[in-house]
Design a protein around this ligand. Structure first.
Ligand SMILES: Cc1cc2nc3c(=O)[nH]c(=O)nc-3n(C[C@H](O)[C@H](O)[C@H](O)COP(=O)(O)O)c2cc1C
Length: 447
């Protein structure tokens, strides 16, 4: 996607030198100070209607979804809207992380603890954000990460995510714990690039069935998540008594009284069904534990590599050694990720790990793709990751905040915000395409 930067930004247009201004347009010399010594222009007077008229820009307040979303110009502002509109339990399930939530906080801070090093006097009138990932083009260097239970956050769930990704020309990843089936997502976004995230089980028949369905539905990439030997301790869910689907208790009914739209949507749509399981009722921790298999080893990865013919990506890589090892076992790419801080607290921060993995892959002459997630809340975060060697990035919460703020239109808004951020950041850095970004554009502070 090429962005044309118009030179109409007042900040970008230098003020003309007074000598360039025709004499007729030159400001008139101020009248001589009045006898009292106070210049006439500083004397008080009654305002005239003609002075006030141009200042009066009262607009009719707009309450539509579109107006609400348009008012958000950052992902944090979408989060504020999401929080107002979503019951506490599903909001906290999304927003929260494991234990003291230290990993998530550090991951977000890592993107802030940098300084960009811009180049000046470059022609940045056109910014190209397109890239290639795993052998195919993507209009933007970001895709949608797999997230479970998405229709619980807002009833359009996976349909909104996959259709927004299709419209934006970027990949969408359906989770094994998604609340729409592989086939339904493929039908909802038939021209989209759909990937499938697998929680691998040592019960190979169960895994095989899902893999075959994913291939049949046209998914070109399988992303196997490996940072979930057991469930992380998501303390907000424990405190909220979070269940799937949310139970009607006194607390939730009270909560419903000021979030009626969410409950109306939830109760008037199809009950939650899962990509890989039939209907489930129980606590989140129980469901997650039934999904995760603590007996998995690299042998299971080898089996998967032989079985899956498309691109294979391993998600949840947290050390350089493991990045190298999964590539040795046949992975086409890695996702440097700590699961959005939802598993091991005080885990390595993907943004810090990135330069080391890039260096190792370069030394190995490996062309395996390096993707990164966790903590991305702006397009500038994405640009920083690309500069330090990421080939691609994924967003989890950033798109879920948009979803909770306004369904499909909210996810569209997330992607618009990130796209605008990226184009602006690159122009201000003096680069017009992703391939021009280098580690020279970023200085790490506090490291
Ligand atoms: C609500 C939620 C559900 C998630 N479910 C899954 C999942 O089912 N499978 C998976 O591999 N990762 C899952 N993740 C992790 C994301 O794929 C991604 O790694 C993480 O959200 C990235 O961090 P970010 O939210 O800061 O962008 C989930 C994340 C969130 C926030």
């Amino acid at each position: 996607m090429t962005h044309t930067i118009q030179p109409n930004n007042p900040e970008a247009t230098p003020a003309p030198d007074a000598t360039d201004i025709p004499a007729a347009a030159q400001p008139k010399p101020s009248p001589a100070p009045a006898a009292s010594g106070v210049p006439a222009a500083l004397k008080r007077r009654i305002p005239k209607y003609s002075d006030l008229a141009p200042l009066m820009q009262f607009k009719k307040p707009e309450f539509s979804k579109e107006a609400r979303l348009k008012r958000a110009s950052t992902i944090w502002e979408l989060r504020d809207i999401a929080k107002r509109r979503t019951p506490q339990a599903p909001f906290d399930y999304t927003d929260g992380a494991a234990e003291g939530e230290i990993t998530l906080r550090r991951a977000r801070e890592a993107f802030l603890d940098i300084e960009f090093r811009p180049g000046i006097l470059r022609n940045v009138s056109k910014i190209d954000l397109s890239t290639e990932i795993l052998g195919k083009p993507s209009r933007l260097p970001v895709g949608i990460a797999p997230t479970g239970f998405t229709r619980m956050m807002q009833s359009e769930g996976e349909y909104a995510g996959s259709q927004a990704a299709e419209a934006a020309g970027i990949p969408y990843t359906l989770s094994t714990m998604g609340t729409a089936s592989i086939e339904d997502v493929a039908a909802a976004a038939p021209n989209g690039r759909n990937w499938f995230q697998l929680y691998l089980w040592t019960d190979r028949d169960r895994s095989l069935e899902l893999i075959e369905r994913a291939a049949k539905a046209g998914n070109d990439t399988l992303m196997v998540t490996v940072d979930t030997a057991v469930a992380g301790a998501r303390l907000r869910d424990v405190r909220n008594g979070m269940t799937i689907p949310p139970a009607l208790t006194v607390k939730t009914v009270l909560d419903a009284s000021y979030r009626p739209a969410w409950w109306f949507n939830f109760l008037t749509h199809e009950p939650l069904t899962f990509a890989s399981l039939s209907r489930y009722t129980g606590t989140v921790a129980d469901l997650i534990n039934s999904m995760f298999d603590p007996t998995l080893t690299f042998e299971d990865l080898d089996w998967l590599r032989e079985t899956w013919k498309g691109k294979l990506v391993v998600k949840g890589i947290q050390t350089v050694e493991d990045a190298r090892r999964v590539v040795d076992h046949g992975a086409d790419g890695v996702v440097l990720s700590n699961h959005g801080g939802r598993q091991l607290d005080r885990a390595p921060i993907p943004f810090h790990l990135l330069p080391e993995v890039k260096q190792a892959f370069t030394a190995d002459n490996s062309d395996a793709a390096i993707m990164l997630d966790t903590g991305i809340m702006s397009g500038a975060d994405i640009v920083a990751a690309l500069a330090l060697g990421a080939d691609f990035t994924l967003i989890g919460r950033a798109y879920l905040y948009g979803l909770m703020a306004g369904g499909r239109a909210g996810v569209d808004r997330t992607l618009q915000i990130l796209e605008k951020d990226m184009a602006r950041t690159m122009a201000l850095l003096g680069v017009s395409s992703i391939s021009e970004l280098t580690p020279e554009h970023v200085r790490l502070l506090n490291k």
